[in-house]
Design a binder for this molecule. Structure first.
Ligand code: ATP
Ligand code: FE2
Length: 329
């Protein structure tokens, strides 16, 4: 079966083509600005401008013609209404032209399921750490459930805000990782920073305010700040992920989201999982960041459950919660 997937929840417009479990193409264009600010209508303009080339690139790479497509999957939510509409309109048009069914995919669930496809994990807890999202999700008692999440900003947006205060450019995550590594190699002393975990939830706003004041005081080198920030916020993420694993009795952790590209976070997750006799897995970076392959794969899973949509039913759900998704597994 050939599945075409479309991702358009935020700054990435992606089109992927899968032949059953095999990814034939996973193309994308991402909207960027020097500061990282996003005006939804501008991002949607970007997606309208690039949706045709990205589609063509994916078809060429996969070596298929549109007539060979059996199913069209698109990200239904959560995300920006403006950008979701671009992907949904493309998906519906293709479905009408090709007379093929549609599948409306939840973006957060897609991060979990692509981890199950690409790693040996069978029934993991997902630590989803991206720019806008920070959630701990697992499939439990017949539903995908959110066990913990950020109470304010996503960890990636936190890192980008901290990086902006240090003039590291956007996105700041990779630059923070490099400086933190240097700090660790230089034996930087860990600074005591606010650590905010409430049950299985986390928050970063207070820490960001504190860090901005510390940066203004110019008392600490950037390497020490980045090292201390990573150790602190990743410990928070690892703590809530571990609590969710213990609560659900699950032994596997899977990572998702752009922040999960961070090698130190991956290492801390591995250590935690191994200490409890479990395993932590991360798919390749291309599938950690927002991508259309995960949308196509989840479309196939929905199709297998008979949960496809007609163009009339193919809506967008900008505020869809992970626990509202109807899914069997
Ligand atoms: P979503 O819409 O799913 O929230 P997003 O578009 O906000 O996604 P992603 O593309 O998944 O986010 O990730 C982008 C974030 O990942 C940015 O905040 C960026 O700074 C962060 N990031 C990327 N690489 C690293 C890294 N090596 N270490 C830490 N953070 C990183
Ligand atoms: Fe995402």
């Amino acid at each position: 079966m050939i599945i075409l997937g479309i991702e358009s929840t935020a700054h990435t417009y992606g089109v992927a083509i899968l032949k059953d479990q095999e990814v034939l193409a996973n193309e994308k264009r991402s909207f960027t600005t020097p500061t990282g600010g996003m005006v939804p209508a501008k991002v949607a303009d970007h997606h309208v401008e690039h949706c045709d080339h990205v589609l063509r690139a994916a078809l060429n790479k996969a070596g298929i013609t549109p007539a060979q497509i059996d199913l069209i999957a698109y990200a239904r939510g959560p995300g920006l209404g403006h950008t979701l509409r671009v992907g949904a309109a493309m998906a519906k048009s293709l479905a009408l032209l090709l007379k093929k069914p549609l599948a409306g995919v939840n973006h957060c669930v897609a991060h979990l399921e692509i981890g199950r496809l690409l790693t040996p994990a069978k029934d993991p807890v997902l630590l989803y750490a991206s720019g806008a999202n920070t959630q701990v999700i697992a499939y439990e008692a017949g539903r995908y459930r959110v066990f913990g999440e950020t109470l304010d900003i996503g960890v990636g947006n936190f890192l980008d805000g901290f990086g902006r205060a240090l003039s590291l450019g956007f996105p700041a995550g990779p630059a923070i990782e490099r400086l933190a590594k240097k700090g660790a190699e230089q034996g930087a002393e860990l600074l005591r920073l606010p650590y905010s975990v409430k049950g299985m939830d986390v928050s970063f706003g207070g820490l960001l305010t504190k860090l901005k004041a510390m940066i203004r005081s110019e008392k600490h080198p950037p390497e020490q700040l980045c090292f201390s920030v990573q150790e602190t916020v990743f410990a928070m993420l690892v703590e809530v992920a571990e609590r969710a694993m213990a609560h659900c009795g699950k032994q596997e952790l899977v990572l998702g989201g752009g922040v999960a590209c961070n090698q130190r976070l991956q290492e801390m997750c591995r250590v935690m999982a191994e200490e409890r006799g479990g395993k932590s897995y991360a798919p390749p970076n291309e599938y950690l960041v927002d991508n259309a392959a995960m949308i196509a794969w989840n479309g196939l899973l929905l199709h297998e459950q008979g949960m496809t949509l007609t163009p009339e039913e193919a809506d967008i759900r900008p505020y869809e919660r992970t626990d509202d998704v109807d899914a069997e597994r």
